[in-house]
Design a protein around this ligand. Sequence first.
Ligand code: RP5
Length: 164
Amino acid sequence: MSDTTPTVGIIMGSQSDWKTMRNAADRLESLGIACESKIMSAHRTPDRVEAYCKGARDRGLKVIIAGAGMAAALPGSAAAVTPLPVLGVPMEGQMMGGLDAMLAMTQMPPGIPVGTLGLGKAGAINAAMLAAAIVAISDDTAAKSLDDFRAAQTAGVQEEPIDE
Ligand code: RP5
């Protein structure tokens, strides 16, 4: 761990999002970057979203990862009240496979951005990788961990395919 104080906040609209968002938490843990995971909803618990996001920078967070599905307003709601970078992870869903959530996150009005990742597990993992890169800008331990991870990932790719 570069520190035990969380530098990444993972928020999600529902318990049902955790099976996806835990992939972000797991990747950050494997990188030794402290994070915290919370449930809050733009629609069901708006006061919780506002309180958490307004206080996020003062508590030491550097970036927020927000996962949500359906109307997927959580990342935008978070971005509206914090100056921290907000990375959105759209949940895969029944409506157009989750495209509804992805479009909701990408179509932010100019001035309040959400950095939207891909759908589901891949998006959650890449949100963690991007959050790690943001933290690494000002954290040498995190930067070394990220460099090591990427080098190991590269080394793990064989040159020739094998029959499976
Ligand atoms: C969104 O509604 C949540 O992010 C979740 O993806 C979706 C469904 O929520 P539940 O009905 O499973 O609680 O706000």
